[in-house]
Ligand binder design. Structure first.
Ligand code: HAM
Length: 417
């Protein structure tokens, strides 16, 4: 037990971590271009934030939170998603007093007690954005376009965007009534979760993964059919803006998402070919959330994208992630004095901005050269007593095999070329 990580978690070793870094760097760069600035919220929050923000009736709050009491008996919960914490920070730091809109991005671990399988973990990483303070359908379109640009930039193309409108509290109330009426007769045949949803949030019955529930609700009314004119208008404009921006999408009237805060637009990106856990990202508008967590009414829209699933999609599509930069120079030293001089030289080269390494295990020259090959060094500097007295070093270019003598004083400059 001591030598295995907890179920559903994984160690990201150097052979993988550069891939995470690549995805994160791509996301950071794109957020910069779209004008989003980074927010870092704590890894744990007051449990109530998720209960109120995400919703008591959701699977996340009912079954998946990592909740614990601290030594002062406060109930805390590991970050179960990124939106409620960002909304809490918006209120706490009085961001409504700043020039709107507020555009935030985050790269964060998320913790959910789910049954682990390929693409589903108990700790996963999300790249997300939250755009606060605008009701404009262009806001919805902007975040969708950002997510789409991100996947494209990573080289992905085997995915689809599904969108829907889940309406506002007004249309949701009419829809809820219609749904209760339509499902009243089959209520006892629905799963326990859906029976609970029937009273608390009937719309979420449409999202049930249970096959029997899906069969029973196949003809159930969708929110789409009950949208009020304002929601209908907003949805039409979002679709128009996406089409004008050449973003392909499919409408899915049953897409309601698993978090209670959504209003109006809901969307999901589905990868075709990474198995059952195919949602590589999802999001939507949440115009009531800031108020729910104690702020002035402020609209919001955003998304969260699962980095592990994106990496699975990258692998499945055969996209190549650039390998880490090779080592600029390896200093191979012969003898104790040269080893000390080599150690100083490595520090000097590193200070000059080059990546430099030397042997730390007293290897033979032959073994040092083999090690340099393993490290994929572009050049090897060979330093012996003789070279030291002459004030030079033998520099070998590993690609061409060419070797030349360079004065120690000129090394830095020569290596920069
Ligand atoms: P979510 O759909 O729960 O939304 O999660 C977003 C994405 O995180 C999913 O589409 C999936 O790629 C990834 N994901 C979720 N759970 C797991 C898991 N157990 N293992 C691996 N990956 C997972 C949210 O969390 C919302 N906060 C998104 C949002 C932001 N909506 C508005 N703003």
């Amino acid at each position: 037990m001591l030598t295995t990580s907890p179920r559903g978690t994984q160690d990201i070793l150097p052979g993988q971590s550069y891939k995470f870094q690549y995805v994160e760097d791509t996301f950071r760069d794109l957020c910069r271009r779209f004008g989003y600035q980074e927010i870092r919220t704590p890894v744990f929050e007051h449990t109530e934030l998720f209960q109120r923000g995400v919703g008591e009736a959701t699977d996340i709050v009912q079954k998946e939170m990592y909740t614990f009491s601290d030594r002062s008996n406060r109930s805390l919960t590991l970050k179960a998603e990124g939106t409620a914490p960002a909304a809490r920070a918006f209120v706490e730091h009085n961001m409504q007093a700043l020039t709107q809109p507020i555009k935030l991005f985050y790269i964060t671990p998320v913790f959910r007690y789910e049954r682990p399988q390929a693409g589903r973990y108990r700790q996963h990483e999300q790249c997300g954005v939250e755009l606060f303070g605008t009701l404009s359908p262009q806001g919805d379109a902007e975040v969708i376009i950002l997510a789409d640009s991100f996947y494209r930039q990573l080289g992905l193309s085997h995915y689809e965007l599904f969108i829907n409108s889940v309406g506002c509290p007004t249309c949701r109330a009419t829809h809820g009534e219609a749904l209760r009426q339509a499902l009243g007769e089959v209520l006892t045949d629905l799963c326990t979760d859906c029976r609970a949803r029937y009273d608390r949030n009937p719309m979420r019955i449409l999202d049930c993964k249970n096959e029997r529930c899906q069969e029973l609700t196949v003809n159930a009314p969708t929110v789409r059919a009950h949208l009020c004119p304002e929601c209908e208008g907003h949805y039409a404009q979002v679709k128009q803006t996406l089409s004008d921006s050449s973003i392909s999408y499919k409408e899915n009237p049953r897409l309601v998402r698993g978090l209670d805060y959504y209003t109006h637009t809901a969307f999901e990106f589905i990868s075709t070919g990474i198995g059952a856990q195919s949602a590589i990202g999802g999001g939507g508008r949440y115009n009531g959330l800031i108020e729910t967590v104690g702020g002035q009414p402020t609209p919001g829209v955003g998304f969260g994208l699962g980095v592990e699933r994106i990496l699975l999609a990258i692998e499945m599509e055969g996209v190549k992630i650039p390998e880490p930069q090779p080592l600029d120079v390896f200093v191979a030293a012969l003898g104790a004095t040269a080893s000390q001089a080599g150690f100083s030289l490595v520090q000097k080269l590193r200070r000059a901005g080059l990546s430099a390494e030397k042997d730390l295990l007293d290897r033979s020259l032959k073994a040092q050269l083999k090690f340099a090959g393993k490290l994929n060094a572009k050049r090897v500097i060979i330093l012996g007593e003789d070279e030291l007295t002459r004030g030079i070093a033998a520099v070998k270019d590993m690609a061409s095999g060419e070797q030349q003598e360079i004065a120690l004083a000129d090394l830095e400059q020569a290596l920069r070329k």
